[in-house]
Design a protein. Structure first.
Length: 294
C-alpha cells in the first residue's frame, strides 16, 4: 500500500488475512536471547505468545531500545531456522506500527541501518498512524495474525487510549495468535499493564574494532518487571548480527565489570538503527526496500 491509496484499517485487515492464508501458525514456546544468565532468569527466554514492553530510558536511548526490540523480533525467527524449515517459513514478516510524529521527532527508519542490524528491509511491513489511538488499533489487528513473525508497536508518549484494558487486548491477541508483541515506549512513564515483561534500555558505547572501526551495538538492559518471576536485574550485552544473537558484554570486556551501574554510558559510535535527520528514508534517494502497509 502507498500513501496515495489512503490505506485504512480494513485494508490492513485484508492484507493480514491474505498473509495468514500463505503461512501456518507460528511455533510456540520461548525466545532465547543467547545470554545464559538472562535466559535463566526468564525460565528459558521470553514467552513467545505474549506482550512485552520495552522502555527507552531517555529519548536519546530510543535507537538502543529500537535495536533491542528488533533483535528480539529477529530471535523470534531463529527457532524455525534451527529446525531446518524452508527459508520462507523461517522469514515471516515483521509488522511495525509507528506513529507519524516519531518521524519528525526522531527521523524516519533507514533501510541500510536495518540491514546492518541483520534485518532484511523487504521482510518489514511498515504501518503509519496519525495518533496513538490509530497505532494501538492497528497493532491490535496485527497481533491477531498468526502469519507474522513479530509485531512491534511504537506510539509516542502516553496515548490516552492506552490503559490496562488496552494492554490486555494486546496480550490476549498475542496469546491467541502465538505472535510476540513488542510495545516500544519512549517519553512514557511506567504504568500497570498486562505485559509479561517490562524492560528499560540504555545505549552503551560500542567497543572499537581494529583500525578503530565501529564495534557491535551494545545495550544496558534492566528487567523492570516479570509476571510471576524475578525482576530488577541488569545485564550489559552486545548484538552479534551474524549470529543474530545477544552476548553478555562482560565476556568480552573485563572493564565493564567495574563500570558503575548508575552511570549513563556515552552514545553508540554506530547507531543501532540509523535514523535520517533530513526526513529521507535513504540518503541516496534510492528504493530502500521498505514496504509500507498503511
Amino acid at each position: 500500500m502507498t500513501a496515495a491509496t489512503a490505506p485504512t484499517l480494513s485494508d490492513l485487515r485484508r492484507s493480514l488475512a491474505e498473509a495468514a492464508l500463505r503461512a501456518g501458525p507460528v511455533a510456540g514456546g520461548r525466545i532465547g536471547l543467547g545470554v545464559p544468565s538472562l535466559d535463566a532468569v526468564l525460565n528459558g527466554g521470553l514467552a513467545r505468545a505474549a506482550l512485552h514492553e520495552i522502555h527507552a530510558a531517555e529519548a536519546a536511548d530510543l535507537a538502543a531500545a529500537t535495536g533491542f526490540a528488533l533483535g528480539l523480533a529477529l530471535r523470534a525467527g531463529q527457532k524455525g531456522e534451527e529446525r531446518g524449515k524452508k527459508e520462507e517459513e523461517a522469514r515471516r514478516p515483521i509488522l511495525w506500527v509507528r506513529q507519524d510524529f516519531l518521524d519528525a521527532e526522531t527521523g524516519r527508519l533507514h533501510a541500510p541501518g536495518l540491514s546492518e542490524l541483520g534485518l532484511d528491509p523487504a521482510r518489514l511491513l511498515l504501518v503509519r498512524a496519525r495518533d496513538g489511538e490509530g497505532v494501538l488499533r492497528a497493532g491490535a489487528e496485527a497481533a491477531r495474525c498468526p502469519a507474522l513473525g513479530a509485531v512491534l508497536i511504537e506510539p509516542w508518549g502516553e496515548p490516552r487510549p492506552f490503559d490496562l484494558t488496552a494492554s490486555r487486548r494486546l496480550a490476549l491477541a498475542a496469546e491467541g495468535s502465538g505472535v510476540p508483541v513488542l510495545l516500544l515506549r519512549v517519553a512514557a512513564r511506567e504504568a500497570p499493564s498486562a505485559a509479561r515483561t517490562r524492560w528499560q534500555v540504555r545505549a552503551l558505547a560500542s567497543r572499537a574494532l581494529e583500525a578503530n572501526a565501529p564495534g557491535a551495538p551494545a545495550f544496558s538492559l534492566k528487567l523492570l518487571r516479570q509476571r510471576g518471576g524475578a525482576a530488577e536485574r541488569e545485564w550489559r550485552v552486545e548484538w552479534d548480527r551474524d549470529r543474530r544473537s545477544f552476548a553478555e558484554r562482560s565476556l568480552f570486556d573485563r572493564s565493564d565489570r567495574q563500570a558503575p551501574r548508575t552511570e549513563h554510558a556515552a552514545p553508540l559510535s554506530r547507531p543501532l538503527v540509523p535514523l535520517s535527520g533530513d526526513g529521507q528514508v535513504a540518503a541516496d534517494g534510492h528504493d530502500t526496500g521498505l514496504r509500507r502497509a498503511g
